[in-house]
Write a protein that binds this ligand. Structure first.
Ligand SMILES: *Cc1c(COP(=O)(O)O)cnc(C)c1O
Length: 383
């Protein structure tokens, strides 16, 4: 199957065939991801037309929003002849796991440079999953559970890079946090064309708005550009889940414009669009105190989704995104609107070997995430 569903079928490449020749791409995921109506949740919230984009099912090995980006970033790593990839994230990073899993599938070694975050059960799962996928895990810049020392992160990274250079004669291919390089974001330009095809085939009506969690902005930036290029009038509501230093209107406009310039430089028939602050809708109210610290609203939103639809969300990303949607529904902003919730969270269970693994096989510095309690709101939601 995988061989036939190669890059030939990417909706972006069908519309812009020149890009197929120019852009690096490997097929990793299962696309298009389904769109389903959320009847019961919609009824609960008083939204007549509520849908979900099931990107949680985007990959056989690991789903969520990361496979779309990795098809381009790992495609570039392969094209450049890299043998190793290095990436960055918090200890519970879904992106680091996805990178490890798909790098392994492509025969690449992966190195994850991780920084501390509030503890949660999924942190443990992701650490074990990364280790099982053969990733070399490093904890860097950890002053305490909540404190990251930036210079220490850089120092650790430079040391590790030099180590790889000495050992293998070349530097690893670098993938930024969240996979949100310009190439990574193109995965979501393509996702917008995928949505356009699903609308054209009658699978779903054209949404008035999309609600999506926003961490390193690659997902949102790609969608904004792709929706414009695909001539859809859908508005993107980006729910900020990381610090405002990383997610803000100015940075979003810059990223969209850089991705746009890159694509235009590869295929001049892809237009250069004008984006202004009015096109960017970032929600700051659902963030809570800090990254990866759950909020009551996010946990409630996740429970509601689970009760009504049997779909699991998390407290770091998707619960906060749904909480923003619920806020708008309660304020009656979504009356008569067609609303699409873009599920960015993986729902594929890890291989059985992961749960059999003893955490003591991990480097020592990670053991405290297994010994120390998880954050209170994660404990409460424990069944
Ligand atoms: C990484 C991630 C996001 C954030 O996507 P960005 O492109 O970094 O903004 C959202 N949801 C989940 C579940 C993620 O793992």
């Amino acid at each position: 199957m995988t061989a036939e569903r190669g890059s030939q079928t990417l909706p972006l490449f069908e519309r812009y065939p020149v890009l197929r020749e120019k852009l690096p791409h490997v097929s990793l995921g299962e696309f298009p991801t389904p769109i389903e109506e959320l009847k019961r949740l919609g009824n609960q919230l008083g939204i007549d037309h509520l849908y979900i984009k099931r990107d949680d099912l985007s990959g056989e090995l690991y789903g969520g929003n990361k496979p779309r980006k990795l098809e381009f970033t790992l495609g570039d790593a392969v094209r450049s002849g890299a043998k190793e990839v290095m990436t960055f994230g918090a200890v519970g990073s879904n992106h680091a796991v996805a990178t490890a899993v798909y790098a392994q599938q492509l025969g690449l070694k992966s190195i994850s440079m991780l920084v501390p975050q509030p503890n949660a059960r999924y942190v443990r799962h992701n650490l074990l999953a990364g280790h099982c996928a053969g990733a070399e895990l490093h904890l860097c810049g950890a002053v305490s559970e909540s404190m990251v020392n930036k210079p220490l992160v850089y120092l650790a990274t430079v040391c590790r890079l030099l180590h790889c250079r000495l050992k293998n004669g070349r530097f690893p291919y670098l993938i930024p946090p969240g996979g949100s390089s310009l190439l990574g974001a193109i995965g979501f330009v393509n996702a917008a064309f995928e949505l356009r095809d699903q609308i054209a085939s009658g699978e779903t009506p054209e949404p008035d708005c999309i609600y999506v969690a926003c961490g390193t902005m690659g997902t949102t930036a790609g969608l904004l550009l792709g929706l414009r290029a695909a001539k859809l009038n859908t508005r993107v509501v980006s729910v900020r889940v990381t610090s405002e230093r990383f997610v803000n209107t100015g940075s979003m406009l810059k990223l969209v414009s850089k991705v746009n310039s890159l694509i235009h430089s590869l295929d001049a028939s892809f237009p250069v669009f004008d984006f202004s602050a009015a096109d960017i809708d970032i929600r700051h109210n659902n963030f809570g105190e800090r990254y990866a610290l759950f909020t009551e609203e996010a946990v409630e939103a996740a429970s509601l989704m689970s009760e009504c639809q049997g779909i699991g969300l998390d407290g770091t990303y998707t619960g906060k995104a749904l909480a923003a949607l619920i806020d708008d529904a309660r304020n009656r902003v979504l009356r008569g609107k067609k609303v699409l919730f873009w599920n960015t969270l993986n729902s594929k269970k890890p291989p059985a070997s992961t749960s059999d693994l003893d955490y003591r096989n991990l480097p020592r510095c990670f053991h405290r995430y297994f010994r120390q309690e998880v954050q209170p709101l994660d404990r409460d939601s424990e069944k």
